[in-house]
Design a protein around this ligand. Structure first.
Ligand code: PGA
Length: 256
């Protein structure tokens, strides 16, 4: 089954609103409408930049989705500092990253949180980009596949097949994030294949074959071709290289 690739830029805690608008405009200026027939493009700026970035793409009729980098699962209430799926939806978001390793390690995000966030996003009609990935210690121990499949298992707990079909998974080995040390295409494809097998075990072959599984971790113009050519890798979740319009657009073009 041919899966449409996804290229998602994770801006992390970068760009003031002014800078975000400039970057979004630079991306939009380089963008051709037919790109979106071939690849789903998503940009995930900080919360405070979301609306401004959305407005740039909307004004230009660029079919580029905008997403949050995190979310809380409740709709509203006394949750100081949090943002709900409903709020993201209301300002035009289509996607949201959840379970990023930086949130798991620095902000105590657990598998259970990821599962609740996934359910809340789906209920609001947003696409969760569910991040999974092992640390160097886990890889050195030789238990990467078990570790990552347990994360997938937990993230999808209690989610029906029709809902699961709306999710995207991003495999991001922690040791490759922001380090310049990319997983080899073989390493990345192997784990993405194992994730796909887990989805088949949890749901069905059809769903597994349709699920978009991205690679993330120091993806750049030098390594994208090899990664994208892998049978189980359907795009990228890009950090550093998404902060420049030229490199982000070059990565998108590599998927077409
Ligand atoms: P990186 O980040 O491309 O800078 O390694 C990827 C990510 O953390 O999503």
């Amino acid at each position: 089954m041919a899966r449409k690739p996804v290229m998602a830029g994770n801006w992390k805690m970068n760009n003031t609103t002014g800078e975000a608008v400039v970057l979004a405009q630079e991306i939009s200026n380089r963008y051709y409408r037919d790109w979106s027939d071939k690849v789903d493009i998503v940009v995930c700026p900080p919360f405070v930049d979301l609306k401004s970035v959305y407005n740039v793409f909307e004004f230009d009729h660029a079919r580029i989705g905008v997403g949050g980098q995190d979310v809380f699962w409740e709709k509203s209430g006394a949750y100081t500092g949090e943002i709900s799926p409903h709020m993201l939806k209301e300002i035009g978001c289509t996607h949201c990253i959840i379970g990023h390793s930086e949130r798991r390690t620095m902000f105590g995000e657990t598998n259970e949180f990821v599962n609740r966030k996934a359910k809340a996003l789906i209920a609001e009609g947003l696409t969760p980009i569910i991040c999974v990935g092992e640390s160097l210690a886990v890889r050195d121990e030789g238990t990467t596949n078990e570790f990552v499949t347990a994360q997938v298992d937990a993230a999808f707990a209690g989610i029906e097949e029709a809902q699961a079909a709306k999710c995207i998974i991003a495999y991001e080995p922690i040791w490759a994030i922001g380090t310049g040390r990319t997983a080899t295409p073989e390493q990345a494809d192997e784990v993405c294949r194992v994730i796909r097998e887990k989805i088949e075990e949890l749901y069905s072959k059809d769903l597994a074959e349709g699920m978009r599984i991205l690679y993330g971790g120091s993806m750049n113009v030098g390594n994208v071709e090899g990664l994208i050519a892998c049978p189980n890798i359907d795009g990228g979740l890009i950090g550093g290289a998404a902060l420049k319009a030229d490199s982000f657009c070059d990565l998108i073009k590599a998927c077409m």
